[in-house]
Design a protein around this ligand. Structure first.
Ligand code: GTP
Ligand code: MG
Length: 243
């Protein structure tokens, strides 16, 4: 069975897509924040069973906001095989922030370029193929309300699951000195196999360098004091170098 999760900013059409795919009916609303709990459903596509999870809307994965944690925890802890990032095509720039965060996590990503009907109606110029090239993942135009593009989307999910284990692909590379810091932090984290079994190590390292409070808390719980001291000194050295 393929496990796929639908993630995206609030009010972009995730639940509408979930309902079409699974035949279930979660409530859809014309305002953000309708989905507060994750919900799972199933479908069979060309003989392949797929479990789809509909997540509450989220703008980022670094935030400490409680309502964003459901989505973040699901993705980080449950590690679905494929993450389907539903993007509102009429609000592309804002939506792509989350897409970049997902790429940074080495997520096995498929992007649904939703509200394609409105993109067309407004005469917006978006080239899905070009976008796919830039992001390094499939981009499928969809119209959630009519179901247009959802068959293509499901095909892309199955294909993405087939090329699972893109780990280490690191779609986003930072400048050399930052990459070096990430590597140093990773070296420390790797000493605790239980910790990195739970979380992707590169993702953890980047969050620590970014000063993510929740990740630091979890780090303090998982690592020894000398290890934490080493990480803090890498962060400090990095901050000093960046000034
Ligand atoms: N025209 C058009 N409207 C859409 C499309 N997709 C979704 N909508 C509408 O957008 C609104 C939000 O859809 P939802 O499926 O509830 O969005 P969501 O992403 O689940 O929202 P949250 O759970 O609040 O994060 C609904 O009124 C949908 O009918 C689309 O492709 N085209
Ligand atoms: Mg929803």
């Amino acid at each position: 069975m393929i496990r796929a999760a639908l993630i995206g900013n609030p009010n972009v059409g995730k639940t509408e897509i979930f309902n079409h795919l699974t035949g279930l009916s979660q409530s859809v609303g014309n305002f953000p924040g309708v989905t507060v709990e994750k919900k799972a459903g199933r479908l069979v596509h060309k003989g392949q069973e797929i479990e789809v999870v509909d997540l509450p809307g989220t703008y980022s994965l670094t935030s400490n906001a409680v309502d964003e944690l459901v989505a973040r925890d699901y993705i980080v802890l449950e590690r679905p095989d494929v993450i389907v990032d539903i993007v509102d095509g009429t609000n592309l720039e804002r939506n792509l922030y989350l897409t970049l965060l997902l790429l940074e996590m080495d997520a096995n990503l498929v992007v649904a370029l939703n509200r394609w009907d409105m993109v067309k109606a407004r005469g917006l110029k978006i080239d899905p193929e070009k976008l796919s090239e830039l992001l390094g993942c499939p981009v499928v135009p969809t119209v959630a309300v009519t179901g247009k593009g959802l068959d293509d989307l499901t095909n892309s999910i199955v294909n993405a699951a087939g090329r699972m284990n893109t780990k280490g692909k690191n779609a986003i590379q930072y400048e050399n000195d930052i990459e070096l810091l990430i590597k140093k932090v990773e070296d420390v984290i790797r000493e605790s196999p239980a910790f990195i079994e739970k979380y992707p190590q590169r993702w953890l390292a980047i969050r620590m360098l970014e000063g993510d409070e929740r990740v630091m808390e979890q780090t303090r719980a998982a690592l020894s004091s000398p290890q934490i001291a080493r990480i803090l000194s890498i962060i400090e050295a990095g901050e000093a170098a960046m000034k």
